[in-house]
Design a protein around this ligand. Structure first.
Ligand code: AMP
Length: 185
């Protein structure tokens, strides 16, 4: 399966992505994890990305697109992948389309995990990650609303979007995802 997983910060995407990978075994391509690893390894890209990440802003498209382009060539992606945290802008989505069209491996599905904004702020404020200051949280929610949520319409027009209610227990939410994923697995 070739999937994109979209959801605002705090929607529980990371937790559900872990469950999904344990059951269906796609390669897990999390741009947030890749950037945090680059930051911790103090690479040039990592240090530059950290300035954006700690402010809750998006890292520039060209940086993230080249990271994903390289990652998608790895052998483990041939059997399928879960893109987690990418694309986050229309420019990224268009670049992804182009990459996948060239390889003749189009997306099967885009899953949206949907949670109301008041609930997201509550969850994020309780999480305590280094980039979870109130200002960074506000910025991340704003950048989701402005830059990422247009992707929902973009993928919906392509007939790829399925939306899952992100309220409930971890098990309840995963059961909703299985209802969709079992059909394409
Ligand atoms: P995440 O773990 O997915 O919430 O990502 C953490 C941070 O990494 C985000 O707040 C952004 O600063 C950066 N980031 C991750 N993925 C992307 C992306 N696709 N485009 C731009 N910035 C990203």
């Amino acid at each position: 399966m070739r999937l994109v997983f979209i959801g605002p910060p705090g929607a529980g995407k990371g937790t559900q992505a872990e469950r999904l990978i344990a059951k269906y075994h796609p390669a897990h391509l999390s741009t947030g994890d890749m950037l945090r690893a680059a930051r911790d390894a103090k690479t040039e890209i990592g240090l530059k990305a950290d300035e954006y990440m700690s402010a809750g802003a998006l890292v520039p498209d060209e940086v993230i697109i080249s990271i994903i382009e390289e990652r998608l060539t790895a052998d483990d992606c041939a059997e399928g992948f879960l893109l987690d945290g990418f694309p986050r802008t229309i420019a990224q989505a268009e670049a992804l389309d182009e990459m996948l069209t060239k390889k003749n491996t189009p997306l099967d599905l885009v899953l949206e995990l949907r949670v109301p904004e008041e609930e997201l702020f509550k969850r994020l404020a309780g999480r305590g990650r280094a980039d979870d200051t109130p200002e960074a949280i506000r910025n991340r929610l704003t950048s989701y609303a402005n830059q990422t949520s247009p992707l929902l319409d973009y993928y919906s027009k392509k007939g790829l979007l399925q939306t899952i209610n992100g309220l409930g227990t971890i098990d309840e939410i995963f059961t909703r995802m299985e209802g969709i994923l079992d059909k394409i697995a």
